[in-house]
Each structure stands twice: as C-alpha cells, then as structure tokens.
Design a protein. Structure first.
Length: 107
C-alpha cells in the first residue's frame, strides 16, 4: 500500500529529503480529498459542463493569478454554495498541493 510506505519513509528523517517528493505525496492525498468532497459539484476535467455543475479544476487553475496564496485564501473562506465545506487544515494543505500539481501539468 503506497500510503503506508510513504508514511514509513516520512518517519525517517533524511530519507525523504526531496521537497518535490513530499509535495507529490501531498498532492496524492489531496486527490483523495477532492474525490471525496468536491466531485459532487465539480465536473471532471474534460467532462461536459452542465448548468447545475461547478467548473472543472483544470479551468479553475488556468485563471491567471491563481497561485499558492490564492488557493490557500480560497480554502480559508466560506463560498456559496459550498457552505458545508469544512476541511481539516492538513486536508486543505493537500488540496492546495493537488491544485498546484494540476496547474504545473497544464499543456
Ligand atoms: C455544493 C457544491 C460544491 C462543492 C461540494 C464544491 N464546490 Fe467548489 N464551486 C462550486 C461552484 C458552484 C463554484 C462556481 C461558483 C463560484 O465561482 O462561486 C465553485 C468554485 C470553486 C472554485 C473557484 C472559484 C473561482 O472564483 O473561480 C474553487 C477553487 C473551488 N470551487 C474549490 C472547491 C474544492 C477544493 C472543493 C472540495 C473540497 C469544492 N470546491 C467543492 C460548488 C461546489
């Protein structure tokens, strides 16, 4: 199980020396948060947009000026219609890494 391996490595200082690797692991965790809490409303990238669904994250990260600060601020605020939207701090951090990863992967 990849998650267990990552945790075991993270527990050994010096083994996970690369910040890029750590960000990658966080992005993977963020993806699970997105799947659990965000997919009821946000269409998948590449899926057709329908009027009752929120925009795909690929479009959201493509807007100029969306950087780490913007995503962090966004996740701190309440946004209609996401009023039931409460994530733990570590989940927010992982979601930010996932969004930044998605942004880096843009063609
Ligand atoms: C109840 C439905 C719903 C859920 C659940 C939801 N969203 Fe949204 N979200 C929306 C809608 C609708 C919009 C677009 C309307 C707007 O921009 O205010 C949006 C917009 C956004 C935006 C972009 C806002 C902008 O100004 O472009 C971000 C970022 C976002 N959501 C993140 C998330 C994340 C992360 C999650 C999961 C943790 C999530 N949303 C879950 C409905 C939802």
């Amino acid at each position: 199980m990849a998650g267990a391996v990552t945790l075991a490595l993270a527990a050994l200082p010096g083994v996970v020396a690369s910040p890029a690797l750590a960000a990658n692991a966080a992005a993977k965790r963020g993806e699970r948060v997105i799947e659990e809490w965000c997919r009821d409303c946000h269409v998948r990238d590449g899926s057709p947009q329908t009027p009752d669904m929120a925009p795909p994250f690929a479009a959201i990260v493509a807007v100029p000026g969306r950087d780490r600060d913007w995503f962090e601020d966004f996740l701190e605020a309440d946004h209609f219609p996401m009023t039931t939207f409460r994530l733990f701090e570590h989940e927010k951090a992982d979601v930010v890494e996932w969004l930044l990863d998605l942004q880096r992967k843009r063609p």
